[in-house]
Design a protein around this ligand. Structure first.
Ligand code: ADP
Ligand code: MG
Length: 706
């Protein structure tokens, strides 16, 4: 075993991790083969240690080691940790890159999101800068990781293509926490699997009584997890608590409640374990500031119990030491393509049983633990699926299909997917790209499509931005695109009085624009803050997250740079606008959002116009929430499902603006778009597809009748 590590001796505990005993064998395994699957319990050291081992063993000689993560926070915190272990400045030898935040400079160990690597593939399909690519957290089955897997299989398992554009062969390591390793190995030419034996301790799981099959729609789980966490704190022995909730607002709400209740504990009488006399409450979610994230990993002060309230990120991506108790809400927030509604909807859904087991396992890393599930056994049996469906089978594929097309992969139906998405999802994506003018009737990428793929934004937003740019009013859309790319900018305080005050300020901001239009409000907030002498004070006064706005400023600059670069091309589109100037902004938005159009049906109910005709409501956070009367047609940015299906970030429009753009789905031949030559589609397949489509339309009609 090599002992030449420059930065050792290490005192960071990394030698105590299960992976350490397998160091030399692992290095040898990577040397010996082009593809390797590595599996091991979460927390065994895969993410933080393997890249360091490979670096030490000289794998950075020819190129970088790139490690992908499905989650942004994971990429950042892990890079921080590794930089600390290697005793170097973050961003130098070890760095990270996530969307709109590049912290790399002569970096050889680069952590990044899978989305970032996918963008790099676009620019350099041979990945010529890398000597090793590690796809991490593959079990999460994120859309981008799945696509990367397919691309790597397509290019690098084919000896004829593998060395094209490269002077040395690429090593690929695929890391996964769970079972599916045989499947992964089979997918990658039956490559070897390296299993790191883990050690885990038993975790006792108990079911609760608060959430049953009838409670799918209620949000009572927030209150319940708070109650259970407090019960643990007062009646269980010392040891930290990890609470699994769904998203930022629920987590902040729960932390507020916990804080309030914990204040009232009298530690002389109320707690069983007298060695505990305080509770440290820490939130953990995706868009949190990084300095706050760092706290999560620090051991609590003596006599204090730590309670982390987290999203699913703490299930596998990040390991917090010292956790002895789990509180599992049983829910997760997921972006799902809802085929009944025909849209991607952010919704709270029950987790899968395998996910629940993973969550519970977090309590048994260093000693026996306990997991308190707030849901009933019946809920487990009736509402929770066995496994989580891979993202590729449940979200919109528009952006990745455009990426594949731009990589010259025309037959997107027969791309090597680890699990195939439903064909109709692919066809839907193709239709949408066609409607954006990103591909032509033959399924070939257009000039506009080549421009669109350059932006790390939703294709619709990109389309609107490019329209604005072609009309010379990009400033309007750059700011809006930036604002929609950062975390929520409006502060929502937990206290009802404060909430009223914040609401009032937010309504005033919306009214200031003179039009009830949430996009215009975002633009106005951006501009007012930017032009203010004391922007942070301005934010505070208006109940706006200053941190989010700072990110928005940075994102806007980056988008502007991309646009500027593209505008240098001689065939960048230029158009003129002969309509009413006051309509310009909304007309640009319509170019990108015409598939998100809704018409007032009755009262406060709107009906989407995408061929699905789903019933939606305007979200209470919108300035249009209480508008009646004139408001008949609207476009919206996204959809959220709680007790109802809500549309968020809404803008009133006129029917004339979209009538020519409204999807004419039946007019395009989706198979033609898929570049499957006409002859290759048998008449039988075509008939099958047509009758399926017809049946779908029929069932939607009857759904509405019901
Ligand atoms: P795996 O990838 O196998 O799940 P990791 O490499 O992520 O394992 O974690 C190995 C160990 O490093 C864990 O004990 C974890 O707690 C620790 N660790 C990871 N990131 C941090 C951090 N930012 N601060 C402190 N400890 C960390
Ligand atoms: Mg890991």
């Amino acid at each position: 075993m090599s002992k030449s590590a420059k930065w050792s001796p290490k005192e960071d505990g990394s030698k105590r991790l299960p992976i350490y005993q397998h160091k030399s064998k692992l290095i040898q395994a990577v040397r010996d083969c082009s593809f390797l699957v590595v599996t091991g319990e979460t927390g065994s050291g895969k993410t933080t240690q393997l890249p360091q081992y490979l670096r030490e063993a000289g794998f950075c000689k020819d190129g970088k080691i790139g490690i992908t993560q499905p989650r942004r926070v994971a990429a950042i915190t892990v890079a921080q940790r590794v930089a600390q272990e290697m005793q170097c400045t973050l961003g130098k030898e070890v760095g990270y890159q996530v969307r709109f935040d590049d912290c790399t400079q002569d970096t050889v160990v680069k952590y990044m999101t899978d989305g970032c690597l996918l963008r790099e593939v676009l620019a350099d399909p041979a990945l010529s800068q890398y000597s090793v690519i590690i796809l991490d957290e593959v079990h999460e089955r994120s859309l981008n990781t799945d696509i990367l897997l397919g691309l790597i299989k397509k290019v690098f398992t084919d000896p004829a293509k593998a060395t094209k554009g490269r002077s040395f062969p690429l090593k690929v390591v695929v890391m996964s926490a769970t079972l599916e390793t045989d499947k992964l190995s089979a997918f990658l030419s039956n490559c070897p699997v390296f299993a790191i034996p883990g050690r885990t301790f038993p975790v006792t799981c108990t079911f609760g009584s608060a959430v049953g099959p009838k409670d799918l729609e209620s949000t009572g789980y927030v209150k319940e997890v708070v109650k259970v966490a407090l019960d643990i704190h007062t009646s269980e022995m010392a040891g930290d608590i990890l609470v699994f909730l769904t998203g930022q607002s629920e987590i902040e709400h729960a932390c507020d409640m916990l804080f309030e209740k914990a204040e009232c504990i009298d530690y002389r009488y109320d707690v069983t374990d007298q060695s505990v006399d305080g509770l440290l409450i820490l939130p953990l979610y995706g868009s949190m500031p990084t300095d706050q994230q760092r706290q999560i990993f620090q051991p609590p002060p003596p006599r204090i119990r730590k309670c982390v309230v987290a999203t699913n990120i703490a299930a596998t991506s990040l390991t917090i030491n010292g956790i002895k108790y789990i509180v599992d809400s049983g829910f997760v927030k997921q972006l799902n393509h809802n085929s009944r509604v025909g849209m991607d909807i952010l919704e709270v859904v029950p987790i899968s049983k395998s996910e629940a087991q993973q969550r519970a396992g977090r309590a048994g890393r260093t000693s026996a633990g306990k997991c308190f599930r707030i849901y009933t056994k019946e809920f487990w049996e009736k509402c929770m699926p066995e496994y989580t469906i891979p993202e590729i089978q449940r979200t919109s594929l528009t952006a990745v299909i455009l990426t594949l097309k731009c990589l010259g992969i025309h037959d997107v139906i027969r791309f090597p997917y680890l699990d195939c998405p439903e064909e109709r999802f692919i066809l839907e994506a193709l239709k949408q790209l066609y409607q954006f003018d990103a591909i032509d009737r033959r399924g070939n990428v257009t000039k506009l499509g080549e421009l669109m793929v350059e932006f790390p934004l939703h294709p619709g937003l990109t389309r609107a931005l490019l329209k604005a740019a072609s009309l010379g009013c990009q400033d309007l859309l750059l700011a809006v695109a930036a604002m929609l790319s950062v975390e929520n900018i409006f502060i929502r305080p937990g206290h009802p009085d404060k909430q009223k005050e914040a609401d009032k300020k937010h309504r005033a901001l919306a009214a200031k624009t003179g039009s009830m239009n949430d996009f215009a409000t975002l633009l106005s907030v951006f501009q007012s803050c930017k032009s203010s002498d004391r922007p942070s004070a301005w934010c505070k006064e208006n109940w706006i997250h200053w941190r989010a706005l700072k990110s928005a400023f940075s994102v806007e600059t980056q988008l502007r740079d991309i646009l500027h670069r593209l505008q240098q091309k001689k065939d960048f589109p230029v158009e003129t606008f002969d309509g009413n100037k006051s309509e310009l902004f909304r007309r640009c938005l319509c170019t990108g959002y015409f598939s998100n159009v809704a018409r007032r049906s009755i009262g406060k109910v709107f009906c989407t116009m995408d061929g699905h005709g789903s019933m939606v409501h305007i979200h209470p956070s919108s300035s249009l929430f209480d508008q009646e009367g004139e408001l008949n047609w609207v476009i919206f940015h996204d959809v959220l499902a709680t007790s109802r299906v809500y549309i968020r970030t809404v803008c009133p429009i006129r029917y004339e603006w979209v009538k020519d753009l409204l999807p004419k789905l039946h007019e395009v031949d989706a198979y033609e778009l898929s570049s499957v030559a006409r002859e290759e589609v048998t008449a039988e397949e075509m008939t099958k597809w047509e009758s399926r489509e017809a049946a779908k339309r029929q069932s939607e009609v009857s759904d509405e009748d019901a």
